[in-house]
Design a binder for this molecule. Sequence first.
Ligand code: PMP
Length: 387
Amino acid sequence: MKDKKLLMIPGPIEFTPEVLQAMGMPTTSHVDPDFIEVFGQAITRLREVFLAPNGQPFVIAGSGTLAMDIAATNLIEPGDEALVVNTGYFGDRFGMILERYGAIVTHVRAAVGDAPTLEDVESALQKGDFKLMTITHVDTSTAVCTDVKNLAALGRKHGILVVVDGVCAVAGEELHQEAWGIDLAFTASQKAVGTPPGLALAVAGPRALEAFQNRKTPVSNYYADWTQWLPIMQAYEARQPSYFGTPPVNLIWALNVSLQQILEEGMEARFARHHRISQAFKAAIKALGLGQVPVSGNLTAVTLTAPYFPSGVDRSVLAHIKKAGAALAGGLHPKIKAQYFRVGHMGAVNESDILATIGAIEYGLAQAGYKFEPGAGLAAAQAIFLK
Ligand code: PMP
């Protein structure tokens, strides 16, 4: 019997065979003309994936947290005020990072599973003299998706920089960086972008670069400083050799393959597919009688689902589900950690992955002694797929 488990956590995810093949190719020099060509292509393609035709992409070895660090260290000077639209664990983290670089941080929070309203954010914006606001597009700890478009419009109205943590969103959730007035958006390779972990991917718009260029104090983080990376990104895109820190050659090959696959699918088609897959999965969770962390349907992410365990079931069910073929993630938000689990469904995920995952969840729930009608989840998902 095959022992392969579907990796259905909110990153890393299932990667395509072509992406994995690129990871296994013999590594070349980072200044080899063939690699320069690939790196240049990947930078150009990132602009298309973020829908930021005038943006400056940055591809830097590190995880999503490095991308947060990059945002904070390049845009914040000591004493700057920053507003964090906080929907969970990653909003808290962003606040800590901003403070580390000297920002005075105001959080606008909501109850777990909820999001601050536009009115809450507007009234906070009126009370301070903010340089920037951060929005977590999808907080992976709650599966809450924020209204980035309208939040960014508020930021524009107040003339501040808008930074979007799109780590669990970019290339899955609808995002039009430039049209929505977002100054800096970032993600990490292992999420909906579909490349193994190890790359921080950010796109800075003209206002973010201008704010960086107008700094009065030097960037305090050496590795994350755009002063080092801007010429490197520009050189690779101009197909010129250059060096600051050795780029992860195989990861960048893999990224370029994945970006090509994303653009071949088309951004609108990709957003629609993520929406459909998510609808089907959430219908299954509901049919099985499980609630979800987001308090209302208009707050749910399309990249992941965060179901509560039904009564009498705890996280030990995840081992049964894994045995039946799908690796899922436990809870992350400290206030409700033991009460829920998380299922990622982003990137190259397809309908049969979803049906297999629901089948495994039904198996696990049955093993845990939960009473439900076997097949109810599968039927609910299939009804959406067959529409
Ligand atoms: N922001 C969000 C919204 C995330 O989901 C994550 C990772 N789950 C991060 C930031 C941090 O990314 P990483 O784990 O790659 O450092």
